[in-house]
Each structure stands twice: as C-alpha cells, then as structure tokens.
Design a protein around this ligand. Sequence first.
Ligand code: APR
Ligand code: PHB
Length: 389
Amino acid sequence: MRTQVVIIGSGPAGLLLGQLLHRAGIDTIILEQKPKDYVLGRIRAGVLEQGTVALVEEAGAGVRMRHEGLVHDGTEIAFGGVRHRIDFQRLTGKSVLIYGQTEVTRDLMDVREASAAPTVYEALDVSIHDVQTENPKVRWCADGKKFEIGCDYIVGCDGFHGVSRQTIPENELRTYERIYPFGWLGILVEKPPVSDELIYVNHERGFALCSMRSMTRSRYYLQCSLDEHSEDWTDDKFWEELTRRLDPEAVKKLQTGPSIEKSIAPLRSFVAEPMRFGRLFLAGDAAHIVPPTGAKGLNLAASDVGYLSRALIERYKTNSDLGLDAYSQRALARIWKAERFSWQMTNLLHLVPGASGFDQKVQGAELEYLFKSTAAQTALAENYVGLPY
Ligand code: APR
Ligand code: PHB
C-alpha cells in the first residue's frame, strides 16, 4: 500500500492535519491505536485561540463550534478574596472561544468520515521505518493481521507517550522538562457555571479554576498534591474545598451537584527539539507539553499543524522544501513563548510546596502589580488570546 502522508494519532493534531491536507488534495491515512469511542471519551480543556478556530473552520469542521462555542472577551483572576478582570478585547482587540476539545475532536472525526479519508482505529504496534530514505514506511497490526504502507512523509501526532518521538535516536533529540510538585483535580458537572467568564484563583490553600463547557455544564479544578487519588475526593469534599478557595460573591452563586467526571492530572512542561528527523515530523503533544494554566495545549497543537500543513501543501504544489525545512524552527519559536507563558501563569497562581515567605510575598506583589499595570495585563492578555503565527 502507498499514500502521501501517514499520520500517527487521531487526536486533535492528527485529525486537523488530516483534514487540511485532504482538502488540499493530498492523500493521508491516520493510524490510531485506540478505539474511536476511547479517543472521544477523554475529557480535555476547551479554550480556543482565534488562530485555532480559523484552522478548524478551514478544515471544514467549524459549524457546531461557531454555533455552540462561547465567545469570552476576558477572564478573571481572584486573589485575597477579590476578583480582577483581564479585558482581552480592550487590551488586544481579540477574544477566545470556549468549546470543549472533545467536541473539536468529534467534529473533525465527523468531517473525516464524511470525506471518506481513511482512519484505522485499533492500529496496534505501530512502527516507523526508513525515515532517512525517500521511501519511509509504517507497519501496524489490526485484527490479528500485519500491514505496511509506504509514503513520502510521516507525521507523529501520537501524543507524549507515542511511538514517533521514541523513533528519533536519542543523540538526535534534545529534551527540556519541568515537572511541577502538584496536580489538578478536575470535575465536570451538569450545572450552570459560577460566572460568565473563567475565574483563575490564587488562594493560600492552593490554586482553583472555575471553567465551563456550556451555560449548563461546568468544569472546576483544584490544586492537589501528587500523592492524592481522585477516589479520595467525594463530591462533597470537592465542593467544600472549592468553596473555601472562592471569593464570597462566587460562593453565593456556586451551583453544586454530582460530578459526571473526576480525574487528577499532573502538571508538566516539556519540549523536544528538533521536531523533525528525516521524513518524520512531530506535531502537538508528541513534541511538547504545557501545564494547563495557560490554556495552550490544544492551541499549540493547532499552530504546529498550521505551519506543517502549509509546508506540506507547498511541497506538493510547488515542489519546494522551504517550508518543511523551516517547520521545526518556526513551530519551536512559538512553542517556547507559550511554554514561558504557561510556566509563568503556573508559578503566579499556585501554592508552591515549601515556598518561603519571601517567595509568597513576591508572588503576591507580582499579582498586585498585574492588577494595577495595563502593560502587565496587556502582556498576559496577548499571550492568553494567542500570539500571531
Ligand atoms: N500508535 C497509534 N496511535 C497512538 C500511539 C501509537 N503508538 N500512541 C498514541 N497514539 C494516539 C493516542 O491514542 C491519541 O489518540 O495518538 C493520539 C494523540 O492525541 P493527543 O494526546 O490528544 O495529542 P494531540 O493530538 O497532540 O493533542 C494535543 O491534547 O492532551 C491534550 O493538552 C493537550 O490539548 C492538547 C492536545
Ligand atoms: C478547561 O476548561 O478545562 C480549562 C480552561 C482553562 C485552562 C485549563 C483548563 O487554563
């Protein structure tokens, strides 16, 4: 078998790339190790930059997103029991769209199925070969049979634990990592959100975040330690602790209820360089991870795909390798800015175990400076709504 581009992983990065290339007349196949429902069952974040929204629309999967997504012109940061609004519209002229990553994934899967472009779910033991030749190959097993496909390029959109980055020899790859000494305990609840905009909370008991998926479904997070398990947290204990960390006005408006999902996620910053090895390219979580505090995970995957899809289309349309040769450097330039922003937001808003009194005072001073400085608010807003590609 042969195709032009093999994509490994049917998460948002792989699906978005698949559709952008398909619409440009480039043949692709997506190989996904999990069943479709498993991929759709993962609860992830849901803050979309305008650049991500534009790419999803360009892929032909924007109708429901536009219809159901919530436009947010700002966000709030609570400190010392007081909320401070960061006005994205006034400071940058831009807004973000609140629309769950799971919904983006579902919409992209639907348009891929409608376009009859091939996806193999439950493709097991995917392996990558000959990427330093002009005929790279991918092998996998499905239904107990072995398959091999030849192609021009392979794109690893298989996330942090995928096979693609592991295929790159260690001496060809540089990795950078920061693991944070805390996690996020998140719940999903069929209740109206506590506020029309997100609330990021810096509290002496730890960070909290009030987010939403719609005006009837809310998502809340609490900073927790890494040795805790979600089973240790009853819904009542969760609501009790959240109430302790929220400002009085939010407490009055908070609508609690039974959680429909509850999980703990560790916080990590990670970057692998370069994002190319021969005819193998990496995109999304396969090459980088950000802590969720800056809402950059999905948006970085999208910008990678934005750069790579343009470069591949340029290659097939004009026979030029310029875009492909510049891909890794271009994507990494934007990735490191988002890594910095996500690291900064994480340090600004969390209770760091073992932090000295001096550290805590400096954190408080940085927040007070932010609330009084238009320049600091503009910097935060520019990064939050998304830096230009
Ligand atoms: N073979 C085939 N598929 C694989 C393999 C493999 N060896 N390893 C992983 N996969 C699949 C996973 O099952 C998953 O469906 O690759 C997909 C990777 O998807 P994501 O982890 O969602 O990564 P990505 O598409 O880059 O999306 C990044 O996801 O985690 C969030 O915050 C992150 O929002 C960001 C987004
Ligand atoms: C979410 O809605 O899940 C969410 C929103 C903003 C973040 C992280 C997660 O920074």
